[in-house]
Design a protein around this ligand. Sequence first.
Ligand code: C2E
Ligand code: CA
Ligand code: CA
Length: 468
Amino acid sequence: MDEYKVWLQVTIHPVLQGDELTHWVYLFTDITHIHNKEESVLTASGMDSLTKVANRNLFTDTVKRLVQEETAFKLFIIDICGFKRINEALSYQSGDEILKSFALRLQAFVGNSGFIARIGSNEFALVKREDTFKNESSEQYVKNLIQKLTQTYTVLNGSEPNLGVNIGEANYPAHCSSSEGLLQCADIALQASKYQGRNTALTYSEELHKQHFAINELENQLRKAIDENQLKLFLQPIVDLTTGKIVKCEALARWITPEGKFISPEVFIPLAEKSELIFPFGEWLINEACNAIDALKGANLDIRLAINISGRQVSDLALLNQIKNALEDHQLPGSNLSIELTESVLVESLDVVSVLLNELRGMGITVSIDDFGTGFSSLVYLKKLPIDELKIDRSFVSELEKNTDDQAIVQAILGLAHNLNIKIIAEGIETQQQQDFLQSHQCAYGQGYLYQRPVAIKEFISLAQKLK
Ligand code: C2E
Ligand code: CA
Ligand code: CA
């Protein structure tokens, strides 16, 4: 059915009989024609109808004029990260509210010393002449701006979404002498800043330009690798520290190019996340994981297989169906599967994650928190969400023999998990001493090179059968 949206003006009249209120009369008037007019008038005058700041057209004209005047200035593109996720998790109405508050904050911060605009659905831009920076460096200015823009937002329904930004900067005339070129330069800097994570800013440089092309090239190769099934799944065992038996395994993606070059998942997963490639990758992963479970079962190895799920996949509602369909196609129960999520994913979108995890749990799939201790470490979600296991990050395990801080942290995590009835897996165990410490503090499970490096499925099966 086509969606039909109208603007309604509602007038409510109480109807009294004597002193007694008998009913209310609600009068609905369709005022769409008035609203549309207002919107088109605003757009024609160069205004964005939602935030009432300049729109992209007016912004481009302003930049062109500054270029003609040959005034030195800086151009910033400001992107709200994960905005799509906020829109989906709350509502489009809340998303609009945030955009309006965002524009107001930006306007208040910039004042009369610059020109701001909304140039995309979740993208704003700012031009500011060099001579308006006074004593402040542009780095300090941008730092203060990020701080201002990311202070807590409260929306109508009481939620306080955790908003992040990325900023790309380009300078006239240093970086480019045309207005279109400058926007492109700022955009390249913006894309590069996204790789550095939330709330970072970068200024355009030749070096960034080269990196931008290299990343694009790698992204094209990755697209091809997914299409042509060049990626492989490796498995690493998770063992019971007391018996040494394999209780579970983790699937880790590997990319070996046709030229034999190994590209680490720490490079290509973030790359896939920044582009839309994480979605076809996720589909490949879940199907490949089911193939691996089939192979394990065929070899009489009845162990759970854990897959890693990244932040952007969680915000995609298709993920749940992909998992359901893959399990159904392979006629596998959820009890064969487990998923690993990092803490940052939970904190960023608690509401969406909560629905997802409960659904997965309902299917018999268990949930582990990956890299525990490195993220925001908010303990709220441990109580709120259905979590089965915590995986202590290997940075706390690698120096466990001599670092007393790490020893204290590991003991604290073990105590906490014990009280909450959550299992613990220690990651990255490489030495006997690390294992001894963990075991003497009642850590039940471990994973690491001490037992086995990640290996191809066939190899995993033959090793696992020997250990049985
Ligand atoms: P992770 O989930 O924390 O995976 C564990 C990483 O630690 C793996 O690196 C594994 O090879 C490595 N490791 C295991 N034992 C030891 C040890 O004893 N010592 C040391 N130094 N390292 C050990 P890998 O395979 O390079 O993966 C790196 C990260 O890439 C993973 O970290 C995970 O975040 C991501 N990743 C890998 N495969 C996937 C995937 O299929 N999907 C998603 N979303 N992310 C993946
Ligand atoms: Ca993991
Ligand atoms: Ca980990």
